[in-house]
Write a protein that binds this ligand. Structure first.
Ligand SMILES: Cc1cc2ncn([C@H]3O[C@H](COP(=O)(O)O)[C@@H](O)[C@H]3O)c2cc1C
Ligand SMILES: O=C(O)c1cccnc1
Length: 346
């Protein structure tokens, strides 16, 4: 069931042709900076010299976390997860604003919120449970649910319209920076000290408590060797579904626009299962969560933006979206030196 056929985008001949096309545009070599590497990456993903970026889809996966039943994991109560889902559906959250601004269709996925929602347009019911278990007491998902979360996220992406060319991924789940911290520890070996952050805004004492709780969780669950077991111990249903969505997106050769700390934690799961998924990822921004820098370093990734965001929802991805549209557009539309009759430099 969990089989993904992801082809690495590695193609030295196409890469050389793309680089020549980029260098032949009427500008000094390299002058469009990171837009140039972004365009090259998009050309390799789409296997063409004139990449297009026209049909994005944003998916915000929401779920609750068992550990938020106890105090100390987040500055906000778990009810905020379902209340924010209602806010998304009413169009009032930051992600709604930025998606509207850039014409990005948005759907909200109930991956496992502890609430019963009335069915509505824009809400995808992929609920696998009413939240995860408390990883301080038991595996958060268990192996069966972990596998199901991956498969469910993948299935959602397989059903997207055929013209879809870019997937923007976001999340909502009170307590999910804690879960993402445990996953990041397991996949990178980084000490909790370096990667535990304030999430929605814990103060110094709150941060120390969160770190202590996560240390206790690690004493119980250890560091499993297998990526699915890591997800099973410490993951969330939204994180598992995002990881599955990424794997299916790479299989479909979509551009994956990665958001902040939690979405990158999901990528660590996907990457441990299928390293080639990374070829399909563009990194929108670097979040203020301290662990995000380390995640990006470990993946060898450079983010397009640094805006001190610490929100999630996919907001960084939506903000970076126009940049990747520009990257594809300059490669497609700019004149070459010879066509424009402009003298090229030495
Ligand atoms: C009103 C509100 C809106 C949000 N939108 C995203 N998050 C973000 O904060 C949560 C993670 O932080 P922590 O692990 O500290 O709970 C996630 O739901 C994330 O998407 C929000 C948080 C709040 C409070
Ligand atoms: O980096 C993120 O995505 C993030 C940080 C804090 C809270 N929610 C999300």
């Amino acid at each position: 069931m969990l089989e993904f056929s992801i082809t690495p985008t590695h193609d030295p001949d196409l890469a050389a042709r793309l680089q020549r096309a980029i260098d032949d545009k009427t500008k000094p070599r390299g002058a469009l900076g990171r837009l140039e590497t972004t365009a090259l990456c998009m050309g390799l993903i789409q296997r063409r010299l004139d990449p297009r970026q026209e049909h994005p889809q944003a998916l915000v996966f929401a779920a609750d976390h068992g550990a938020t039943r106890r105090p100390g994991i987040s500055a906000f109560p778990r009810e905020v997860t379902w209340q924010m889902v209602e806010n998304f559906l009413a169009g009032g959250a930051a992600i709604n604003v930025f998606c509207r601004q850039h014409g990005i269709p948005l759907a909200v996925v109930d991956a496992g919120v502890d609430h019963v929602f009335a069915p509505r347009p824009g809400l995808i019911d992929a609920k696998l449970a009413f939240g995860s278990n408390d990883y301080l007491q038991a595996p958060a998902l268990g192996r069966k649910l972990a596998v199901r979360s991956l498969a469910t996220g993948a299935e959602l992406v397989r059903r997207l319209p055929p013209e879809t060319d870019c997937l923007l991924l976001g999340e909502m789940g009170i307590g999910n920076t804690a879960s993402a911290t445990l996953l990041t520890h397991c996949f990178t070996g980084a000490p909790l000290e370096a990667i535990t952050g304030r999430g929605t805004g814990l103060d110094d004492e709150g941060l120390a408590t969160k770190r202590r709780l996560l240390e206790t969780a690690l004493v119980r669950g250890g560091v499993p060797a297998n990526p699915i077991d890591v997800l099973a111990e410490y993951g969330g249903l939204e994180i598992g579904q995002i990881a599955g969505a990424m794997l299916a997106a790479a299989e479909r050769r979509l551009v994956i626009l990665v958001d902040g700390f939690i979405v990158t934690a999901a990528l660590l799961v996907a990457h441990a299962l299928e390293p080639a998924v990374l070829d399909y990822c563009l990194f929108s921004h670097r979040s203020q969560e301290p662990g995000h820098r380390l995640q990006l370093e470990r993946l060898g990734a450079e983010a397009l933006l640094e805006l001190d965001l610490r929100l999630g929802e996919g907001t960084g991805a939506a903000l970076a979206y126009p940049l990747i549209v520009s990257a594809a557009a300059f490669l497609r539309e700019m004149a070459s030196f010879s066509a424009a009759g402009v003298a090229s430099g030495s």
